[in-house]
Design a protein around this ligand. Structure first.
Ligand SMILES: Cc1ncc(COP(=O)(O)O)c(C=O)c1O
Length: 365
């Protein structure tokens, strides 16, 4: 079989302006060492190191036990695999689940690797559009028809990148029931879980609902800690988990022990870490809403979770290119998220949001 390599349009776009200021980041503002010291009560400028050895391939038991205690209380540590970021977690999961010719169903706009990784593995991809007219929600008639077409895998990502939309628990249950009915596995990318406007919107991990589902998490997004390259896979199916550990042994082998050390110290403070970013995002979301109401060229269907939204405007790509060329400000337009919708992803998780918005919004006039 011929190998397929696919470029990521988002990377190709960003590479054109390597020293620009990124205004489309999907992670909230990374924590400073001072902030972490304040939240945890430990001095993060002089953190004691534990040991400098390899970790086990799935992640050391002490780390996985702390993860289930603080993030997934209904699970055993044996349901987790710690990975080098969510990116590796996704790569491992897709490799374990897919073979060439398999049919994968997912949605657009999308975090591109969710489509591109299956494509590189030779899968056939069906993308179903989420639309602003439908408040970025799933059309179940269309989804059912796609799954009936001999689908092996459904991929979802809620809270959603780039729109910030979310689903409710009954929708998640309906998705799970459909997957069970049609014998379809589910990868649920939950890297923004915890960044909901209100805690009542937080969903159970899909992997807690069924053996057929895998949940993906990471420190870089909801926890705003991209320097710690720890992502994870939650999966109850032990045979599948074993296969994924074997694949991981061919990649990073194990996560960094230094990152594991940091993560163990942070896990007891998970809710404080999440709340700090939700507060920033909600303030910025209301600034944006207010500003959008004053002008007619741009609009955004309000999200309720995650750290980004999708702002629609005519000729967005031209606007983004001009902004990067002339002002050194980088916004990623729709094609970076596998959609033809004209718009761009806007980061909501940074404290300087209002100042940045002044710069790009005055450029409009
Ligand atoms: C939806 C989604 N999943 C996975 C990832 C990968 O996370 P990481 O880069 O921390 O591995 C990202 C990164 O932007 C993302 O937006």
């Amino acid at each position: 079989m011929e190998k397929t390599y696919v470029n990521l349009a988002m990377m190709d776009w960003a590479d054109q302006w390597p020293s620009s200021l990124a205004l489309s980041n999907s992670n909230p503002e990374p924590f400073s060492l001072d902030e972490l010291s304040e939240i945890t009560g430990e001095d993060w400028h002089h953190l004691p190191l534990e040991h400098m050895d390899y970790q086990s391939a799935a992640g050391d038991l002490t780390l996985r036990s702390a993860m289930v205690d603080h993030l997934y209380p209904n699970h055993s540590a044996d349901d987790l695999i710690a990975c080098a970021g969510a990116q590796e977690a996704l790569y491992v999961a897709f490799n374990a689940l897919l073979k060439p010719g398999d049919h994968v169903v997912t949605f657009t706009p999308a975090f591109e690797p969710l489509l591109m990784m299956p494509k590189m593995l030779g899968a056939r991809i069906t993308t179903l559009p989420l639309t602003p007219e439908n408040n970025w929600q799933i059309d179940f008639e269309v989804l059912t028809a796609a799954l009936q077409d001999d689908a092996q895998l459904l991929v979802i990502n809620f809270p959603h990148n780039p729109t910030g939309s979310h689903i409710d628990e009954s929708t998640l249950n309906r998705i799970m029931e459909l997957c069970q009915e049609h014998g379809v596995k589910l990868i649920s990318d939950e890297v923004f879980r915890g960044l909901e406007s209100s805690p009542s919107q937080r969903l159970p991990a899909a992997a807690s609902l069924s053996q057929q589902a895998i949940s993906i998490g990471v420190l870089s997004k909801a926890f705003a800690l991209p320097a710690c390259r720890v992502g994870w896979i939650l999966c109850q199916d032990q045979a599948l988990r074993k296969k994924m550990i074997t694949i991981k042994n061919h990649l990073s082998i194990c996560i960094s022990g230094l990152d594991a050390n940091c993560m163990k110290r942070l896990l007891p403070h998970s809710e404080s870490l999440l709340k700090r970013s939700v507060d920033i995002i909600e303030t910025n979301r209301s600034h944006l809403k207010q500003w959008l109401s004053t002008q007619g060229r741009m609009q955004s269907t309000a999200g309720t979770a995650s750290a980004t939204c999708f702002v629609q405007m005519p000729e967005a790509q031209t606007f983004c290119r001009k902004l990067a060329d002339e002002k050194g400000l980088l916004l990623v337009p729709g094609h970076g998220f596998a959609t033809d919708l004209s718009g761009f992803r806007l980061a909501l998780g940074y404290r300087a949001f209002s100042d940045h918005m002044k710069s790009w919004s005055t450029f409009l006039t």
